[in-house]
Design a protein around this ligand. Structure first.
Ligand code: ATP
Length: 366
């Protein structure tokens, strides 16, 4: 069982004016100078699944400047021998649209058909910066394993925004809160249980692996107080917290108040105290575990996007990374500034060169 992009056309997508690529199922090693358009290319791949892509950019920001006419991506993705035709685009300034096999499709349809995981330099400070980034990291893993996690998260956030509005307006009548808190309790319990199931799946995938990457010990902790698990507990906690929440003007209990804690298991130190290289290796270990967990769950590995990862690994770990992605059978799109970084891959990968010509990126299959 496999998943790979067999063809890709980018039109007016960031620095790419028109790029047409035909690919086989092997990993894709992309090299090119700084600013040539490598990340833009893998950002396009990230949009073959649901969401805002790996930069979490607004659809309007991805249109090629200065023309700003809107952008379009067309791809043939082969999943377990079946071809999925994906077209996604945004007309100047408008929200992005999706068609699968020529039919209008929702982002949930896309999430169910094509799973994409990534590791990008912006995640380097994940263990050091705020809890929001770590929750997002866990939620992305959860969405890859349970696509309806996105629906539960959106439902929870929508009800919470309404509740926060009441709190800010100092509405005290309990009657206004009951229905919203019921919605928050139900969707919030689903969010929590997906996250816990994801942590379990990542733990199992890490245990099963014989890998050069250090295992991360993960747990979900409340930022303060408790983390209610069931819908009943969350409903009770929200009701109890109402008085305090009115004073704060926002909701202080629920899954949005959870933090992902990570430890370097072998050294028994918090991930945030690890060296830069170790923190990167822990994240890579988690992404690879996520890919293995996905393969175990649905039979098919995801597309992997590893932006500037190879350059940060020592030679042993780099060789181990290449062995792992090849063993997974994942089409891993990996970027780096020089072709030497990918030498160990030999003919196990296909190679692309990205160059900048007067502000326009060109892509050559080597
Ligand atoms: N909407 C846009 N229109 C035109 N150019 C853009 C747009 N968005 C970004 N760019 C340009 O794309 C160029 C390439 O960016 P990209 O991040 O892909 O480089 P890269 O090859 O990954 O470089 P590095 O090795 O430095 O990470 C940048 O110079 C950037 O200014």
């Amino acid at each position: 069982m496999s998943l790979h992009v067999a063809s890709l056309t980018l039109s007016h997508f960031r620095s790419h004016r028109v790029a047409r690529l035909r690919l086989d199922a092997r990993p894709v090693a992309i090299h090119g100078a700084n600013g040539s358009g490598k990340t833009n290319l893998i950002e396009a791949i990230s949009l073959l699944s649901a969401g805002r892509g790996l930069r979490r950019a607004a659809a309007a920001d991805m249109t090629r400047r200065p023309e700003a006419l809107g952008w379009k991506l067309t791809a043939e993705v082969i999943r377990d021998g079946e071809t999925i035709e994906v077209k996604t685009w945004s007309d100047a300034g408008a929200a992005r649209q999706v068609r699968i096999d020529s039919k209008a499709a929702s982002q949930l349809d896309l999430a169910e058909r094509i799973r994409v995981l990534w590791l990008i330099p912006a995640m380097d400070r994940l263990w050091i910066e705020g809890a929001e980034g770590r929750r997002r990291f866990l939620d992305r893993a959860a969405m890859s394993l349970f696509p309806d996690h996105a629906t539960a998260t959106l439902a929870y956030e929508k009800a919470m925004r309404e509740r926060n509005r009441l709190l800010k307006e100092q509405v005290r009548d309990a009657h206004w809160y009951r229905a919203l808190e019921r919605q928050m309790a139900e969707s919030g319990a689903a969010v929590h249980s997906h996250r816990m199931a994801t942590l379990d799946a990542l733990r199992t995938a890490q245990q099963d692996a014989t890998t050069a990457f250090p295992a991360a010990e993960l747990s979900l902790e409340p930022i303060e107080g408790d983390l209610p698990e069931t819908a009943e507990d969350l409903a009770d906690a929200l009701e109890e917290s109402r008085f305090r929440d009115l004073a704060a003007g926002r909701t202080l209990v629920g899954p949005h108040r959870a933090d992902l804690s990570g430890r370097y298991a072998a050294k028994d130190v918090p991930a945030r105290d690890c060296s830069t290289g170790e923190q990167k290796a822990l994240l890579l270990s988690l992404i690879l575990s996520n890919a293995r967990a996905l393969k175990a769950r649905i039979g098919t590995p995801p597309l992997l996007l590893l932006d500037e990862v190879a350059a940060h690994l020592d030679a042993n770990r780099r060789a181990a990374l290449y062995d792992e992605v090849c063993a997974l059978g994942a089409q891993a799109w990996m970027t780096g500034t020089g072709p030497d970084l990918f030498e160990d891959l030999g003919d196990r990968a296909q190679r692309l060169l990205v160059e900048d010509e007067d502000g326009v990126s060109t892509v050559t299959v080597e």
